[in-house]
Write a protein that binds this ligand. Structure first.
Ligand SMILES: [Zn+2]
Length: 108
């Protein structure tokens, strides 16, 4: 039906795949989820072929979508390193995006 679909993300965790779809939808990037309900066939397929997959239907938006997904995984709590405020040298935990002391943004 659609020729240029690309797989953009897969995870054993359905919620993560749905989360990715929702985030991309908020950027006007439409995706479809495949393998959403294949759990029952697990015995007959290699394990990772049973994972839900997120497919993008517009090749031109693929690069942008990858970047958006990188950002949302990067902003997950566990993957964030601690950082030092460039303005006041306060040491900050990774989950903060701005300095609690002086308000400086981490990304400036
Ligand atoms: Zn600061």
């Amino acid at each position: 039906m659609i020729a240029n679909m690309k797989k953009i993300y897969t995870s054993p965790d359905r919620l993560m795949v749905f989360h990715a779809k929702n985030v991309l939808a908020s950027y006007n990037i439409n995706c479809v989820i495949k393998n959403e309900f294949v759990g029952g066939a697990a015995g007959e397929l290699p394990f990772n072929e049973c994972w839900p997959e997120l497919w993008i239907d517009n090749e031109k938006k693929y690069e942008k979508a990858i970047k958006i997904l990188d950002n949302i995984w990067f902003s997950g709590e566990q993957t964030q390193p601690t950082w030092t405020c460039t303005r006041c040298d306060e040491k900050l935990e990774g989950q903060f995006t701005a300095c609690w002391r002086c308000g400086e943004s981490r990304y400036r």
